[in-house]
Every structure is written in structure tokens, then in C-alpha cells.
Design a protein around this ligand. Structure first.
Ligand code: DAH
Length: 341
């Protein structure tokens, strides 16, 4: 019996020596010291032993048990330390590795162009006004002297929401809104950038596009003020060598009205495909504010007068960057958009 016990101890110690993981160690503990292990079995079977052997064997069993217990505890400590050291070694963060770059977005070319237009006018002392994109018939048309039979009022050309409300077709309603928000006859110098909507779609038209409106009202404003301001704007926007010209035109809310052209930014005025050999590019509509428009919004045309203008932001961006299809702005092709970083 004694030899058997000592052999068991030898075997357990050898296994303990070889064990390499905490899990395997747990198995050894169960195997030798567990309820179904050989030690428990021997202790249980003590009754069958001759009386004089019992205390001797009992003592040996207890000695082996505590020796094993101690060895297992020591080994546990060793293995736990090793596990921690391994974990620390494997989880090491290499702080010398270069970081991953976050993909950074940038502004859309239309936003960039809008901002540039705003900046130029703000430097000249213009306020920046806003108005609603869902506009009523009165501000979008009536207050701007647009007659009932004007084609823009047609259901086919404008996006109506109800009979009286539509997506604004122009930023011009902000002229009337600004006048009506001010003390009558007080001077105004404002621009109104914004999104507008029309039922059009081709290489030069999109159902959603952007305009910047302008309105200047004061005493004794003349066409020369209009021309001087717009000339300065065009030179800032397209370069100081750009020339402008005013061409007679018609808008219901201005009288007289003028289309403003700039000398072709591609050929410098010699004539090319872009300017259709004319040397000029049309960039905006303008004119002296119609007396009736002033009256309808509470201004007295015998005291106050002024000019207004409206430009298409997409058109300006196309000319500035040499883009030949307006739809590119809204198709979200990153190869296009990323060129404006
Ligand atoms: N609202 C006009 C359009 O959408 C542009 C325009 C022309 C605005 C002349 C003006 C202006 O203020 O005086 O075509």
C-alpha cells in the first residue's frame, strides 16, 4: 500500500513538472485530489485495513495530499505569471507605427463658388439675406410684377405644391421680402444666395440649381452704379483682365433691363467654341428696379430707386472651372467632385 501511494505521488509530481497550462493544471488537481481521485478512494477504503496500518497509511495519504496541494499552488503561481507576461508581450501596441489617415471630405464646387460670390459682395458692404424654398405665389410672382400669363407661372415650368405654393423658381422673391421687412424707403444693399427649382433637365439646366440675387436701393442710384458694381464683381471672380458689357433685355421686375456679358474666359474675346465665336459669355440678368415693384412692397419710387441682379451659380462655376455639363455637379461622381479639393 505504501509503495503504491509513493508511486502515485511520483506520477503526480512528474505530471505537475510537465504541465504547461492552467487548464491542464486544473485537470491534474481533479485527477489526484478530486472526489473520485485515488486519494479519496484510499481514505474511504481505510476501514478495510488492519487497525495498526490505518494511522500510518492515513498519515502518508495526508502528507502526499498536502505535498501535492503545495506543488499545485506553486505551479499555479508560476503559470499565472507566465500567462500575464505572454499577454503583455502579445498585446503590445507599437506606438511608432504611422496612424491611419481619416478620409476627410471637402466642400462641393457649388458651395465653394457660392462662398466666393458671397465673399466678394460682403467686402462691398452687402448684407446676406435668406428666404424660404417653398414660396407662395405672391412673393415668387405677383410682388415681382410677373404677369398672370408669364410662362414661368405655368404648371409645366414650375413645381407647384398647392395652387398657391410652389418651390421658388428664382431668388428674386427675397427682394420683396427684404423690402417688406424694412422700414419703408430705408436703403438696402443685399444679396440672397439660394437653391431654386424649375422643371428643366439638360446639359445646361437642372431641376434644382442655385442663384444669387442682388438688390441695392437708395437715393439717386443709377445704371452706372449697377455697371460699376458688377464689373468689380466680375473682375474679382474671373480675373482683372475681364471686360463686361450690358445688353438690353427684358425682365418684368426691372426697367430698363440688361443682360450682363463678360469677355470670354476661354479665348479672351477672340472667339471660340465656348463663346460661339462671339467673344462674350452671358452671366447674369439685371436692371433698374421697376417702380411698380417698389410700390408693391411699400417703397416710394419718387424718393428711392435702385438696381437688382440675379446670377446662376452653376453657370458661374462652369465658366470659372471650364465645365461643359451642368449635370456633373449633381451626379455625385467622386472623380469629378474630388477635383475641387
Ligand atoms: N430672376 C431672374 C431669373 O431667374 C434673374 C434676374 C434677372 C434677377 C434680372 C434680377 C434681375 O434681380 O434684375 O432668370
Amino acid at each position: 500500500m505504501k509503495e503504491k501511494l509513493l508511486a502515485l505521488k511520483e506520477q503526480a509530481m512528474a505530471e505537475l513538472e510537465a504541465v504547461a497550462s492552467l487548464d491542464a493544471l486544473k485537470d491534474i488537481r481533479v485527477k489526484y485530489l478530486g472526489k473520485k481521485g485515488p486519494m479519496t478512494e484510499i481514505l474511504r477504503g481505510m476501514g478495510k485495513l488492519p487497525a495498526e496500518e490505518r494511522p500510518v497509511i492515513g498519515q502518508i495519504v495526508n502528507e502526499i495530499k498536502s505535498a501535492l496541494e503545495e506543488a499545485i499552488n506553486a505551479k499555479t503561481e508560476v503559470l499565472e505569471k507566465k500567462a500575464l507576461a505572454d499577454k503583455l508581450a502579445n498585446d503590445k501596441v507599437d506606438i511608432t507605427l504611422p496612424g491611419r489617415k481619416a478620409a476627410k471630405g471637402h466642400l462641393h464646387p457649388i458651395t465653394l463658388t457660392m462662398r466666393e460670390i458671397k465673399k466678394i459682395f460682403m467686402r462691398m458692404g452687402f448684407d446676406v439675406m435668406e428666404g424660404p424654398e417653398i414660396e407662395n405665389d405672391y412673393f415668387n410672382f405677383e410682388a415681382l410684377n410677373l404677369p398672370a400669363d408669364h410662362p414661368a407661372r405655368d404648371m409645366q415650368d414650375s413645381f407647384y405644391i398647392t395652387e398657391k405654393f410652389l418651390l421658388r423658381t428664382q431668388t428674386s422673391p427675397i427682394q420683396a421680402r427684404t423690402m417688406q421687412s424694412r422700414e419703408p424707403n430705408s436703403p438696402i444693399r443685399m444679396i440672397a444666395p439660394g437653391t431654386v427649382y424649375r422643371n428643366d433637365y439638360d446639359a445646361t439646366h437642372s431641376p434644382m440649381f442655385h442663384q444669387v440675387e442682388g438688390l441695392v436701393l437708395d437715393k439717386n442710384i443709377s445704371l452706372a452704379d449697377l455697371k460699376g458694381t458688377l464689373e468689380l464683381f466680375c473682375k474679382e471672380m474671373f480675373g482683372s483682365s475681364v471686360k463686361i458689357r450690358l445688353r438690353p433685355s427684358y425682365f418684368p421686375f426691372t426697367e430698363p433691363s440688361a443682360e450682363v456679358d463678360i469677355s470670354c474666359v476661354i479665348c479672351g474675346g477672340k472667339g471660340c467654341r465656348v463663346c460661339k465665336n462671339s467673344g462674350w459669355l452671358e452671366i447674369l440678368g439685371s436692371g433698374m428696379v421697376h417702380p411698380h415693384v417698389l410700390e408693391m412692397s411699400g417703397y416710394d419710387p419718387s424718393i428711392i430707386n435702385g438696381y437688382a441682379f440675379g446670377m446662376g451659380v452653376e453657370r458661374i462655376a462652369m465658366l470659372k472651372y471650364g465645365i461643359d455639363d451642368l449635370r456633373l455637379f449633381f451626379e455625385n461622381d467622386l472623380r469629378f467632385v474630388r477635383q475641387f479639393k
